[in-house]
Design a protein around this ligand. Structure first.
Ligand SMILES: O=CC(=O)O
Length: 379
């Protein structure tokens, strides 16, 4: 999720809408104007009124950079007493010191960093609800030490991220973007058919029977597996633990899965343990025809090594939605036809964000009623 507003959907879920309509009708039965976000205007106003009397609602801190919006806020305000330092002229740290001592639950919006210093200002914090799939912007070590529970949005984003990962693989193996550039440049009539081979090597690969190694079989990885199984691929996975209910072959280490795969698809979270897990040795094991797809985080790969492997032809190609120093992309990659690049957009669909609304709302409700949480981050 980028630094711009990550939540820009056109509709909201039934529960929110239902609640808002009810509120709107009670407070102002004659008005039914709809605001641009699809919420009844009166409901939003009614929620603002609620604010005046919402001290009894469960307290939730909104943690966001002022540049990141939370349109969900109007809806949440009807159910929770939201504390949002970004709305106050006070510096965030003094706002937190004076108001946030009793906060037990926090919504972390987008990639707003949560540092140990911020956590120190929140002595009662028990739950972080992240609106992103990745949580590498949060001090995980400190959260673990404090026993803070964290939920992320990977279940909400899983299908869209998986579609994108498969699309990148199709593009790398079937050279769709490269062929598109060839046509856009007007080269078909000049150079003839788009070349099928390069240096004695066929560049288009079919999917049937190809060995796919999924690194990180969480909700996103699992959706990738389902899709590629339907393409006739053989699926294996690497994760911290073997998953007893999963029919795919398990590899305890990434070197082993790389050696036995035609493509590695990275779906893991970035943590201290997974940082640069795709290193020189792993790329060597993957081999000259091997392809890497990354919809996790740039830091999973030693990017400098990746560039060298691609330039030398020591791996077959890459499809990358994420990079180590976004928005900077290594310039060398821009020249390569066996590399498909995308500006961290795998999860950006209105449907995904609608699912995030649901998840955030459901988890906060569950937490304050001592019910089980969804999409709990394991760390
Ligand atoms: O990359 C997207 C996310 O972490 O939500």
């Amino acid at each position: 999720m980028g630094n711009e507003s990550p939540i820009g959907t056109s509709s909201v879920t039934f529960e929110y809408t239902h609640h808002l309509r009810e509120t709107a009708q009670t407070k102002a039965p004659n008005r039914s104007k709809i605001n641009p976000k699809g919420l009844p205007v009166m409901a939003v106003e009614a929620n603002q009124e609620c604010l005046k009397s919402n001290e009894d609602l469960p307290l939730v801190l909104v943690h966001r950079l002022p540049s990141i919006n939370l349109p969900l806020k109007a809806i949440l305000q009807a159910h929770f007493h939201l504390l949002d330092p970004a709305d106050s002229p006070e510096p965030a740290s003094s706002f937190l010191s004076s108001h946030a001592q009793p906060v037990r639950a926090l919504i972390c919006v987008g990639y707003t960093p949560i540092t140990a210093e911020t956590l120190n200002l929140l002595p009662s914090l028990e739950l972080i609800v992240a609106t992103s799939a990745g949580v590498d912007h949060i001090d995980l070590q400190e959260c673990r030490r404090r026993g803070i529970i964290m939920t992320n949005a990977s279940t909400a984003f899983a299908e869209d991220a998986a579609d994108y990962a498969v699309a990148l693989l199709i593009d790398v193996w079937r050279r769709i973007s490269a062929a598109d550039r060839f046509l856009h440049a007007g080269l078909w009539p000049v150079k003839g058919d788009y070349p099928l081979g390069f240096k004695h090597c066929f560049i288009f690969f079919c999917f049937r029977g190809k060995r796919i190694g999924i690194v990180g079989l969480g909700s996103i990885g699992f959706e990738v597996a389902k899709r590629l199984e339907a393409f006739g691929c053989c699926i294996a996975y690497n994760s911290r633990k073997k998953k007893p209910s999963v029919p795919f072959s398990y590899y305890a280490n990434v070197l082993g899965i790389a050696a036995d795969s035609d493509a590695l698809i990275l779906c893991s979270s970035l943590t201290e343990q997974t940082h640069h897990m795709i290193n020189k040795d792993v790329m060597t094991a993957l081999g000259k025809k091997g392809v890497i797809i990354n919809v996790g985080r740039g830091g999973l790969i030693d990017e400098k090594e990746l560039v060298q492997f691609l330039l030398r032809g020591d791996i077959g190609g890459a499809g990358l939605d994420v990079f180590e120093n976004e928005p900077d992309v290594p310039r060398e990659l821009l020249e390569l036809d066996n590399v498909v690049l995308s500006p961290h957009r795998a999860i950006f669909t209105p449907e995904s964000f609608e699912a995030v609304y649901d998840l955030v709302f459901t988890n906060l409700k569950a937490f304050f009623s001592n019910k089980p949480l969804q999409s709990v981050f394991q760390y």
